[in-house]
Design a protein around this ligand. Structure first.
Ligand SMILES: Nc1nc2c(ncn2[C@@H]2O[C@H](COP(=O)(O)OP(=O)(O)O)[C@@H](O)[C@H]2O)c(=O)[nH]1
Ligand SMILES: [Mg+2]
Length: 273
């Protein structure tokens, strides 16, 4: 099979709900890394993207055009997105062959607008399988506005865990567009991510006992499994927190260019258990 061999760059899938800032993060990671000695290659797997602002080494829109899918199969935009995701998967071998010919330090992959198109279609698991699970991880973006309420925050923790479980890849949660939050809001959200008992109190105030108990019990269990706990604030706009994403990748894959061959991740092992 045409899987990425061990000399190919590791892969970060950028995942999150619609408008969470995925495409912007790919753009700013690429722009920012140009000032470092790290070559970040961008890949677009969103057939529905109107336009992207990064230089894509590979762009799925070269294979599949959403408007053509709509015309050919007589579908509206939603149906066409779903079919397009499946059409991409049918070409997973081709896609992975093209990606495996890339050389650089890190591949960052922009995923379709709606998280379920990436996480819940058979397509993506197949693509990840073909690309090679050993060298891949997820950056999961939290929406800043939704994160301001305890229930919104908890919902995203649960959703991120579901995506992690579903795709079976180590996952790092990041708080997207942190520049849109006040200092107090930011502090509170970070505290929630670090101290479950504080989050529990806030959720209790907002949602009452029964819902809180349900959610907190789930989170407690999930936390025991989390490979990379905590939440890192980032801003693509201000180019803040991007180093933390590279640090996560480095911890996981070894020192990128040099130590990549030594990657036999503890984190990956934990997830497999
Ligand atoms: N203030 C601010 N806006 C952002 C940031 N990142 C993305 N956005 C905006 O959020 C909107 C959605 O971003 P996009 O990257 O297209 O989201 P996607 O659907 O997840 O790919 C756009 O209007 C972006 O300009 C950020 O770090 N700060
Ligand atoms: Mg996008």
């Amino acid at each position: 099979m045409a899987g990425i061999d061990s000399s190919s760059p590791p892969v970060l899938f950028i995942v999150g709900t619609a408008g969470a800032g995925k495409s912007s993060l790919v753009t700013s990671l690429q722009r920012w890394s140009r000032f470092l000695e790290t070559e970040v290659l961008a890949v677009n797997l969103d057939p529905g993207a109107e336009r992207v602002h990064y230089d894509a080494e590979f762009d799925v829109r070269d294979l599949i055009s959403l408007s053509e899918v709509m015309d050919e199969y007589d579908l509206g935009p939603n149906g066409a997105q779903i079919l397009a995701a499946d059409l991409v998967a049918a070409q997973a071998e081709d896609v992975s062959e093209q990606l495996s010919s890339l050389s650089g330090d890190l591949i960052v992959i922009d995923t379709p607008g709606q998280v379920e198109l990436f996480a819940f279609r058979e397509a993506s698991s197949h693509l990840i399988e073909v690309l090679g699970k050993e060298q891949a991880a997820i950056i999961y973006l939290f929406d800043p506005m939704l994160s301001r309420s305890a229930s919104g925050f908890v919902s995203q923790m649960l959703l991120s865990s579901i995506v992690e479980f579903r795709l079976g890849l180590p996952t790092k949660n990041v708080l997207s567009k942190a520049d849109l939050l006040s200092e107090e809001e930011l502090e509170q959200i970070i505290e929630w991510s670090e101290r479950l008992e504080i989050l529990e109190l806030a959720l209790y105030d907002e949602a009452g006992g029964q819902r809180t108990e349900f959610a907190i019990n789930q989170l407690r269990m999930l936390q025991d499994f989390s490979a990379a706990p905590g939440l890192v604030p980032i801003s693509s706009e201000m180019e803040e927190g991007l180093a933390d994403i590279l640090t996560f990748a480095q911890a996981l894959f070894g020192g990128m260019a040099d130590a990549r061959d030594g990657f036999a991740s503890d984190i990956g092992d934990e997830i497999d258990q």
